[in-house]
Write a protein of this length. Structure first.
Length: 305
């Protein structure tokens, strides 16, 4: 009897630490999805990166050869450099514009939902469709809408090669990217702004705080967690940019607008070097993972302080 009771006493703490079995049942679907669509592809990508993996023929094990080759590939470094520059430019622009639109549309004025819908509408478009639209806008010949308008207004004498020369090609994609992505961040900011207690603003107004002081002392501090989320989403989206450049510039002129995702695509599906492309993809995943962890930690530390 004593032995049985002692075993029950040991089991209870173990079961209490494991928690309710129903929780594991409820978590099973997301665990299965993560395993099938993230963990297995990541492990498979790393496995493929250890081989010289042609499209046709048997893979040949080369160990870390693809990674060594990558660090000596100047074209890869150019793609990484452009991706970093693109991220540094587009992310702050999208975040600031999204915050501005959220502040302008977060009130409950009549008809404000219409403007929110207008600003958010580009988000539901596919990137390919958006790229085709803006490629027509920035057409390099006179049939391009922007060139036609500028020439008709007498602002320019001849068509500008928006998508064929730098820095116009980069500027064109930046404009399209802001138009396409800012809606999602705007919605996140609107939700965060509307969740701020109105009493805080009322108390600050009674104390004589100006609108700018209320914004800097109440709104911005309360939006810090949302800023962290928006920056993470924006940075990941910037590093994963590919259809925008494929549809508008095709990486040109001279490969100057080729992001890392397009380089991975060209290596894997045009040159058929699947192992090399897998190595590049695995490194990209690690970079995004590190950047996400750093941004979340910084956001958490600022919120805690």
């Amino acid at each position: 009897m004593g032995t049985a009771s002692s075993r029950d006493g040991v089991r209870r703490p173990i079961l209490s630490r494991l928690g309710n079995p129903a929780g594991y049942f409820l978590m099973a679907p997301i665990v299965i999805l993560l395993a099938g669509f993230f963990y297995y592809p990541a492990l498979r990508s790393f496995y493929m990166s250890l081989f010289d993996w042609p499209l046709i023929g048997n893979p040949r094990f080369i160990g870390l050869g693809n990674y060594v080759r990558m660090f000596g590939d100047k074209v890869i470094w150019q793609a990484w450099g452009f991706t970093a520059m693109w991220t540094v430019i587009i992310t702050p622009l999208c975040v600031l514009l999204a915050l501005l639109l959220a502040l302008l549309t977060s009130n409950s004025l009549r008809g404000i939902a219409f403007f929110r819908s207008i600003y958010f509408m580009p988000t539901v478009l596919t990137t390919v469709a958006a790229g085709l639209i803006w490629k027509w806008f920035f057409g390099s010949q006179r049939d391009g809408l922007i060139n036609y308008v500028l020439e008709s207004a007498g602002i320019i004498d001849g068509p500008i090669g928006w998508l064929g020369t730098m820095p116009w090609a980069l500027i064109s994609v930046i404009v399209m990217g802001m138009w396409l992505w800012v809606g999602l961040s705007m919605v996140l900011f609107i939700g965060a702004i509307q969740s701020i207690p109105v009493e805080l603003y009322e108390a600050a107004a009674i104390d004589g705080a100006s609108p700018w002081r209320r914004f800097t002392l109440i709104t911005l501090p309360m939006l810090r967690p949302t800023f962290g989320l928006v920056f993470v989403v924006s940075v990941i989206g910037s590093f994963m940019s590919f259809p925008e450049f494929l549809m508008m510039t095709n990486g040109g002129p001279g490969g100057q607008t080729t992001p890392i995702m397009m380089r991975i695509y060209n290596v894997s599906f045009k040159s058929y070097k699947l192992g090399y492309g897998a190595a590049m993809s695995f490194v990209l995943m690690l970079v995004l993972l590190i950047l996400t962890i750093v941004q979340l930690r910084l956001s958490r530390d600022r919120t805690a302080s």
